[in-house]
Design a binder for this molecule. Structure first.
Ligand SMILES: [Zn+2]
Length: 354
């Protein structure tokens, strides 16, 4: 800011905002002891957006200087230089670890064959034709011939245009027959340039979303707990995160706090004072929670088997007699209810309200 010509007084004011701030953190609704902020300003400080602009302006100037002095470089597109492409290949390697073959996700569609090498490119087979039919390749007069030079498809069917250095005879006839039938069965010739079609979706267009669902399919076994499956847009993100924590028992019920070595007066459920407070008890079987679950099941006309637990609850509704959109709604209701049962529990304990 000094370099930008801000005055002494103004700088001191801003500095004061930084130095004087102290914060405390709400843990389950109760504030901790205050401590001083080393960096940054108060949460929600209206000064923040302006400081952000000033700082990013400074960063921008620094970046320009670095580019000018050749300390950093932008992305260069082109053969061998393209880091973006290298990253894509890296992603491909990661995907192969979970059993997704990146290359096989795309289907190459040959256009009219003007941009594909007949003998060297991968187009009719998983290996280049020059390796598949090496003896024919040796007889080829133009080894860099394009698909367009050799193959045509018209309404009359396929035609091949060959240019051999000597006449095909004997065993080579067999090799030639194989070559032609391979091409006929494996390739659809179209028009224009060749393209790549993403197999994951009908439209053939590659999107991040289509890739994500493909990876999900690979990573999440069909029979896995429904807690980890289904991207459900009816569920608010904070609820999704909360359920993720529940699944890993990362919510601060007394049983889990005790397991982590935190000294507590009592492990009993703070609401009913009856049993040890586990995740399952707090969200599912404590008195109020159980009443809520019974009510919700009545409302949806679904059975709630006695002796079931939290996981049964979520699995149960997902597996019986509901269609896809009903399941989505049911999941949203169950998840949001879990969230509010926990929120209610915390409010009762920390603020004596509910
Ligand atoms: Zn209880």
């Amino acid at each position: 800011m000094r370099a930008m010509g801000f005055g002494c007084k103004c700088l001191k004011w801003i500095e004061a905002c930084f130095r004087s701030a102290s914060i405390s953190v709400l843990i389950n609704g109760s504030p901790t002891k205050e401590f001083n902020l080393q960096r940054g300003i108060r949460q929600g400080d209206p000064l923040f957006p302006y400081l952000f602009i000033i700082t990013s302006e400074g960063l921008n100037i620094l970046a320009n200087i670095a580019v000018r002095d050749k300390i950093i470089r932008g992305v260069e597109i082109g053969r061998d230089k393209c880091t973006v492409w290298k990253n894509i290949i890296k992603v491909g390697a990661e995907l192969s670890k979970i059993g997704v073959n990146f290359d096989s996700l795309f289907e190459k569609q040959i256009g009219d064959g003007h941009d594909v090498l007949f003998w060297s490119d991968l187009w009719a087979s998983d290996t280049p034709l020059r390796l598949l039919c090496p003896r024919l390749y040796r007889l080829e007069n133009h080894q860099a011939a394009l698909v367009f030079d050799r193959v045509r498809v018209s309404s009359n069917g396929w035609s091949f245009i060959w240019d051999w250095s000597r006449e095909i005879s004997g065993r080579l006839h067999g090799e030639l027959d194989t070559l032609m039938s391979t091409i006929k069965t494996r390739v659809i010739l179209g028009s224009g340039r060749s393209t790549r079609k993403f197999k994951g979706v009908k439209s053939g267009l590659y999107t991040t979303k289509s890739m994500v669902s493909l990876i999900d399919e690979k990573l999440i076994p069909r029979e896995a707990s429904p807690m980890v499956t289904l991207r459900n847009n009816l569920i608010p993100q904070k609820v999704g995160i909360f359920m993720w924590r529940i699944q890993r028992k990362r919510i601060a019920v007394k049983e889990e706090l005790d397991r982590r070595g935190i000294d507590l007066d009592s492990l009993l459920c703070p609401l009913c004072n009856d049993v040890v407070e586990s995740v399952d008890h707090a969200i599912y079987s404590c008195k109020l929670a159980q009443e809520i679950w019974v009510g919700i099941h009545k409302w949806w006309d679904l059975p709630l088997p006695s002796g079931s637990n939290l996981e049964d609850l979520i699995k149960g509704g997902l597996s019986i007699g509901l269609n896809t959109s009903q399941r989505k709604s049911w999941q949203a209701i169950v998840w949001v209810t879990c969230y509010y049962i926990w929120k209610n529990r915390n409010q009762k304990i920390f603020r004596n309200e509910a």
